[in-house]
Design a protein around this ligand. Structure first.
Ligand SMILES: [Zn+2]
Length: 382
């Protein structure tokens, strides 16, 4: 393998992150992408070096020209003076069986890692209890129709993991059954049906579908919480517990008047800040672009509101001197309520928002900052 190095020192942060994201799907020849502030190092098979360099440079040029760099507003920042572990804690977590890695992006967790997840979950369920939140458990599969309505498939098609089944044809099913043990070529559309569902990419999607065509009493707005496993294919960017193909997410969803929805979002931003401060972590809450649904005419109204559509909770990863988003605080304006025809008794507009936390990332960022022993101490274990 060889390396292709692309200089990005003059490239804005939004274009740079779009570049790393899109590059990961650009070619099968790309085996890895390492990023620093000034350059992107692409590991690539020898025979594809020139083609990948050319494609990467063209992609970067296009993104620099197209990307509207959105200035970031820092809502909260905590940077305590601490001695952080210099090494990535992931190998040690693997060695202790806190984490098992099947392939990059597919992990299982247990032991102290699981205990930390449970503890964080319990804290979030206390928040939910204070708001009389209603908890729902939804399926892992979401219909392609629903995803199309929020324009997810146009915005992030490469993230999506499609599901399929065998075609309803007894001869083909028998043929498949007698072939699969020795020949994978039957995993093709000769035997597999056209997908009608995907695995869900966010756990809040079912909530809007659930309340589709319903009338909401705005004096009794909806505060819902749900948890589930999301799937996002991040290609060669999947590594450690930082970017996973399959991860656990807890979300809170609000459906009501604009000021009420914004207040609930702000309340959870305050809660997140309290936790960061209590634990003495290094993290920031900043405004961000990139809502989970893509640009649409209906969105233009909300773009003009004074409140950013999205804030992210970014945690510091000392080993790589980088940050990961471990939570997001989203305001969708009227877009999703209109899309799913959720309306009010009085005809007043209905607004929605959601707040989500990626559980494995939260715990990984925590252990990355406090170290293995710090995590055990936090659990009260020797
Ligand atoms: Zn959401």
């Amino acid at each position: 393998v060889s390396q292709v190095i692309i200089n990005v020192s003059d490239v804005g942060a939004d274009a740079r992150s779009a570049f790393v994201h899109q590059l990961s799907y650009a070619s099968d020849a790309i085996e890895g992408i390492e990023k620093s502030r000034s350059e992107i190092v692409i590991t690539v098979s020898d025979d594809a070096v020139d083609a990948v360099r050319e494609r990467a440079q063209a992609l970067l040029g296009k993104l620099v020209a197209e990307t509207r760099e959105i200035p970031t507003t820092v809502w909260f920042e905590s940077a305590p003076d601490a001695d952080y572990p210099a090494e990535d804690v992931f190998p040690e977590m693997l060695a202790r069986d806190w984490v098992v890695e099947f392939t990059p992006g597919l992990i299982g967790v247990g032991g102290p890692f699981q205990s930390l997840v449970d503890r964080f979950e319990a804290g979030m369920m206390r928040w939910a209890g204070e708001h009389d939140a209603v908890e729902y458990t939804y399926p892992d599969l979401v219909s392609i129709e629903s995803l199309k309505r929020v324009h997810y498939l146009e915005g992030f098609p490469a993230h999506v993991v499609f599901t399929t089944r065998l075609r309803k044809n007894l001869d083909a099913i028998h043929e498949f059954a007698s072939t699969i043990a020795h020949d994978d070529s039957c995993l093709s559309d000769t035997y597999l049906a056209q997908p009608s569902h995907t695995l869900k990419t966010a756990v809040c999607l079912h909530v809007y579908d659930h309340f589709q065509d319903r009338t909401i009493d705005l004096d009794r707005p909806l505060y819902i919480t749900t948890k589930g496993r999301c799937k996002r294919d991040e290609s060669v960017n999947m590594r450690t517990a930082e970017r996973l193909l399959d991860f656990l997410m807890r979300e809170f969803v609000f459906i009501g008047r604009e000021d009420w929805v914004l207040k609930q979002r702000m309340d959870l931003m305050e809660r997140a800040r309290e936790i960061v401060e209590q634990l003495g972590l290094r993290a920031r809450i900043v405004s961000a672009g990139d809502p989970f649904y893509s640009e649409d005419d209906a969105l233009k109204d909300t773009e003009q509101t004074r409140d950013p559509q999205k804030y992210e909770l970014l945690a510091y990863l000392p080993a790589t001197d980088s940050e990961i988003a471990i939570g997001s605080f989203n305001f969708h304006g009227e877009f999703l309520a209109q899309t799913f025809n959720i309306h009010s008794q009085t005809g007043e507009p209905v607004y929605t928002g959601c707040v989500g936390f990626g559980m494995e990332r939260c715990i990984y960022a925590f252990v990355s900052q406090v170290g293995i022993q710090g995590a055990l101490d936090a659990l009260g274990r020797a």
